[in-house]
Design a protein around this ligand. Sequence first.
Ligand SMILES: [Zn+2]
Ligand SMILES: [Zn+2]
Length: 343
Amino acid sequence: MLAYTYVERGKFELLEKPKPVLKDARDAIVRVTLGSICTSDLHIKHGSVPRAVPGVTVGHEMVGVVEEVGAEVVSVKPGDRVTVNVETFCGECFFCRHGYVNNCTAPDGGWALGCRIDGGQAEYVRVPHADQGLTRIPYMVSDEQALFVGDVLATGFWAARISEIGEEDTVLIIGAGPTGICTLLCAMLKRPKCIIVCEKSYERCRFVREHYPQVLLTSPEECRDFVPAHSDHGGADVVLEVAGTEETFRLAWECARPNAVVTLVALYDSPQVLPLPDMYGKNLTFKTGGVDGCDCEEILHLIAEGKIDTTPLITHRFPLKDIAEAYRVFENREDGVFKVAIY
Ligand SMILES: [Zn+2]
Ligand SMILES: [Zn+2]
């Protein structure tokens, strides 16, 4: 089968590999029907994910059809359409039992697919702990509607869930890339009084204006004045930082009102500074990044009910044989690309 492979730092290649086989009674083999490219894939390509193993098939955002299951798998059977979770988790350890599946202590727990073990930018993928890692897609939900459930949408859902958003709140979301938009969609489900999105890219602002006209837009330059002017208590009640730069990290806590929750969804390239003397008396609560992707069933229900729709994010589609071109367009942000679908 064809599998897009991390060959060495800076080099991915579409290689012919054997079809994966069951290795454990809890495994499933899934035929990938639709996949995507995530910014984390680019981090692997550029060598900034030390855990990534050369030779591994990349890709961790995908949906497919179950081909084969191990003897202990009970939640899915061959023929089921499924979303694949970015995280592998056992469901039994201390962290899994508390819903902190990102910190699963199983040897293959956490983000393994497309990083430490073969992922889904391929025709088939082996999914360990399939009872936890696969979720059946309701018949009325299409592959494109379900494509982001296991990764970026799970991240947005988790971020909104832990941020304690109330109906009287002004919520500031910094960054309107794919994860920022997913965070926005999930924050909207909490029905806060006001949502402000801070974004510098013209294309992304246009996307927000076109699809979510009820949302207020500001830029990093204006954010410090704009947010207090549109909040009841001198700053945002909740801030979700999804952009991941030094500037946006600073904006996040500066634009928060005293006693606000600041959720850091972003993955930073470098350490950030908490200037504690400047913050003293603000009594902020910071929540740090790392999705617990254990809400896929609930997310799929919300999609089926028409309450979440991420299909506008899919701006480009490519067959697997042209995946190198898909990477080129995605990486260079050509042609207004948000997300690509690989079929
Ligand atoms: Zn990802
Ligand atoms: Zn676990």
